[in-house]
Ligand binder design. Structure first.
Ligand code: MG
Length: 405
């Protein structure tokens, strides 16, 4: 059995998404995905990965992942790691199809049929246009294009009480918001004055006034603050009984995170941008993370993500797979979070899950009353819809085994 062909697919409408399809020469195709800077990853797949993969046995997933972990570019979520991640996910999907088993079974079997979700309160076009995490890339609706009920970023900024009630109506009892980002960009994360701090916490006052403690709230900081200001904001948030503070600092400031962690009883959720076991080990050893976040599309694939899950379990830490990237990333997360004992909750984004995710793929995990479950189809259970390949904005490149004439 040999890898006979590798395709990459990217779409101008979604310039951060890259799909990798790996063919086994027998009609089966594994699907992988990564997010951010798709053109750079596409180039890496064809320049570096394809010559190493073509002709190889696709079942040797861990070994191939190691082969693709190159001399440079292995310790952060750069293009090499994102590409390796997408390849690895595609190989797992292929293995599932070869064995007729869903990925969660290959990972040891279900520890639960369904896992609890939380909603990340992004809007329909959040971080779609450019490879940056900034207010300018929030994709906020204008009056003319406010078309659906799930403009949840606009919602948490201006109608957080209604938003919380709407989520509870759907059985979702946890939500994540990032009301401080605007103020961080104004000062480079070096300062927030008392008036801005008060204004930024208005969504929390609204949520607690409307639904009390029935809603869990997580605060996302996107690593925009310095240590002192992050600590100041965390102290001000103490009255709101927040469930976790996510990425108050960059994940490579392990000592700074450990200091913040010691200053609060609220766990710090860290990890979505972290790559490799060694970096996670440092976070765990120093007590810098209270919730381990992992994104298989950035960490080095499902191969690396399952090792991170084992590490989290060894440290007694809950795992919370990341979403807010793409439909395959969500699906991989659900296979992880329904199979790994240490998983506690799965991130979801209802604005994406109900609109463009199902436009690109079929077979998405099903959400019901605040929980999500993977399908029992072989592999990941998701496939790109045939029409994706026909789109005029698609860029499709293929690498095949060269046969001597
Ligand atoms: Mg995050």
């Amino acid at each position: 059995m040999k890898i006979s062909r590798i395709d990459t697919v990217r779409l101008a409408e979604f310039p951060n998404l890259l799909y990798v399809l790996i063919h086994d020469g027998d009609g089966r195709v594994g699907l992988g995905e990564t997010f951010y800077g798709a053109a750079a990853v596409e180039a890496w797949v064809h320049e570096t990965a394809a010559p190493l993969l073509l002709g190889q046995d696709p079942r040797r997933i861990d070994a191939l992942n190691h082969v693709l972990t190159g001399y440079v570019g292995y310790s952060g979520s750069g293009a090499e790691t994102r590409g390796r991640s997408a390849v690895d996910i595609a190989l797992w999907d292929l293995l599932g199809q070869l064995t007729g088993q869903p990925i969660y079974t290959l990972l040891g079997g279900q520890t639960r049929e369904r896992v609890r979700i939380y909603n990340t309160c992004a809007g329909y076009r959040y971080v779609r246009q450019r490879p940056v995490q900034s207010v300018a890339n929030w994709g906020m609706p204008t009056a003319a294009d406010r078309t659906g009920p799930y403009e949840d970023l606009d919602g948490f900024l201006y109608r957080a009480d209604e938003l919380a009630a709407s989520l509870l109506d759907e059985g979702v009892t946890a939500m994540k918001i990032w009301p401080f980002d605007l103020y961080a960009e104004a000062t480079g994360g070096r300062h927030i004055g008392p008036d801005d701090l008060h204004r930024a916490m208005e969504p929390l006052r609204r949520i607690r006034a409307a639904v009390g403690s029935r809603m869990e709230v997580m605060i996302e900081f996107h690593a925009l603050w310095d240590r002192r200001t992050a600590r100041q904001i965390m102290a001000a948030l103490a009255e709101f009984d927040i469930s976790w503070y996510e990425d108050p600092l960059r994940a490579d400031d392990v000592e700074g995170l450990a200091q913040l962690a010691r200053a609060t009883t609220v766990p710090l959720a860290v990890g979505e941008t972290v790559t490799g076991l060694a970096a996670y080990r440092r976070l765990c050893e120093q007590g810098a993370a209270g919730v381990i976040v992992v994104d298989a599309g950035w960490v080095g694939g499902l191969t690396e993500a399952r090792k991170v899950a084992a590490l989290a379990e060894a440290y007694g830490l809950p795992l919370a797979p990341h979403d807010c990237t793409g439909p395959v990333g969500l699906t991989v997360g659900v296979h992880l979070s329904t199979s790994q004992r240490t998983a506690a909750v799965q991130e979801t984004v209802r604005a994406h899950y109900t609109t463009w995710y199902p436009q690109l793929v079929s077979g998405l995990p099903a959400i019901h009353q605040g929980t999500i479950a993977a399908s029992d189809a072989p592999g990941l259970g998701v496939a790109l819809r045939p029409e994706v390949f026909e789109r005029p904005d698609a860029t499709i490149r293929s690498a095949v085994i060269e046969t001597s004439a």
